[in-house]
Design a protein around this ligand. Structure first.
Ligand SMILES: *Cc1c(COP(=O)(O)O)cnc(C)c1O
Length: 371
């Protein structure tokens, strides 16, 4: 089995390229394709770019191979989450979601699905999922692990087993890990969903998402929903994400190194509480995370006394951007209470970039220490 770096670089490529073909194919920017004469119609060829196009296929081949399933690309992470909810949460048996995951997924369920009569229920990521599944009998169980922003972890194998025993479809939002960090389909989930806006594309210059399915029937359902729903990714964004994917292994390695160094350093800084990163050997999530994550992620969180302390950090730091989103090249801090997450006012989600570790630690610790 070839390694992560090789798979990222070679993913989506052609096995036997023809002489004279470009080594790097650009995005295919066309809405429509030559059909030929009516009697020449051939199944499987491109005809209209809402249904399929060659740039999607390259991206989906690369990401699907990493996820271990069949991939469908979407124009954002939320478009991918929405497709899963609309395709698998019905009026009889609704959806069970994490109460502490990405907040827009909750808004989507509460504001768009519940009014249509779809039952919506919640369970904390680190809570008792078997009990919640037994109580609510959902048709779809959606997990997010590690969760954003809390970095809590749940046991994908155990929840998938309980959900399947109750006849539910299981989806895992894998955004914080990327397919290099965790393979939900190998852990028993039916669907892996992600915002590729974050580390997967990795340069903070586009929005994109995807759903990978283990079962071809689920895959066809998701694809059909995309074609009919019409929320489709632009070939330019898809191609940029494919280009970013080539360096995912390198970026993730540096981001995780930076996260580890910062997590350890932050614990020693007075006034910094509750530093959480699953890669720390004594983090409450570590023992479980080790059994299902393949490598560590680049996002951590900690809590400062109040908003002013967060302001001070941002004012004194020269390497930390005040920005939301994560997984990019530059380190960014986001005070999550600002977005309405039910977290302390001073909780900071820190997305570690690919700066030199020593520079970053000196900058952040210095800024927190009033230097
Ligand atoms: C950002 C994010 C999303 C939404 O993705 P967009 O690309 O912003 O639409 C969904 N889930 C998680 C865990 C995220 O972090």
């Amino acid at each position: 089995m070839i390694g992560d770096g090789t798979r990222c670089v070679r993913g989506g490529g052609h096995d036997e390229p023809a002489v004279g073909e470009p080594v790097h194919r650009g995005p295919v920017l066309t809405s429509t394709f030559h059909l030929g004469r009516p009697e020449q119609a051939e199944a499987g060829t491109d005809f209209y770019a809402r249904a399929d196009n060659p740039t999607w296929r390259e991206f989906e081949a690369a990401v699907g191979a990493l996820d271990g399933g069949e991939c469908t690309v979407f124009p954002s992470g939320m478009a991918a989450v929405a497709a899963v909810l609309r395709a698998f949460a019905g009026r009889e048996r609704g959806v069970l979601l994490p109460s502490d995951g990405y907040y827009v997924a909750r808004l989507l369920a509460d504001e768009e699905l519940a009014p249509l009569g779809v039952p919506v229920a919640y369970c904390a990521t680190a809570g008792d999922w078997a009990r919640a599944i037994a109580a609510h009998r959902p048709g779809l169980v959606m997990l997010e692990t590690p969760s954003n922003p809390g970095l809590e972890v749940c046991d994908v194998r155990a929840v998938a087993a309980a959900a399947h025993a109750a006849g539910a479809v299981v989806a895992v939002d894998n955004t914080t890990c990327t397919p290099l960090g965790q393979r939900p389909l190998e852990l028993g989930a039916d669907l892996a969903v992600a915002s590729d806006t974050k580390a997967l594309s990795g340069h903070g210059d586009l929005l994109l998402g995807h759903v990978s399915a283990a079962d071809p029937v689920h895959h066809e359902r998701i694809r059909g929903f995309r074609t009919r729903g019409g929320a489709i990714a632009g070939p330019m964004e898809t191609w940029l994400a494919l280009r970013g994917l080539g360096t995912l292994d390198l970026r993730l390695a540096r981001q995780a190194d930076n996260a580890r160094a910062l997590a350890l350093a932050l614990r020693e800084v007075p006034g910094v509480r509750d530093v959480r990163w699953p890669g720390l050997h004594d983090d409450p999530s570590h023992a479980l995370a080790r059994t299902q994550m393949r490598r560590w992620n680049g996002v951590l969180r900690f809590t400062l006394p109040d908003v002013h302390a967060v302001s001070g950090l941002l004012a004194r730091s020269t390497l930390v951007d005040s920005a939301t989103s994560f997984g990019g090249l530059r380190t960014a801090a986001d005070r999550r209470a600002r977005w309405g997450d039910a977290v302390p006012d001073g909780l900071v989600r820190l997305s570690c970039g690919v700066e030199d570790t020593a520079d970053l630690v000196e900058d952040v610790v210095g800024a927190l220490s009033g230097r």
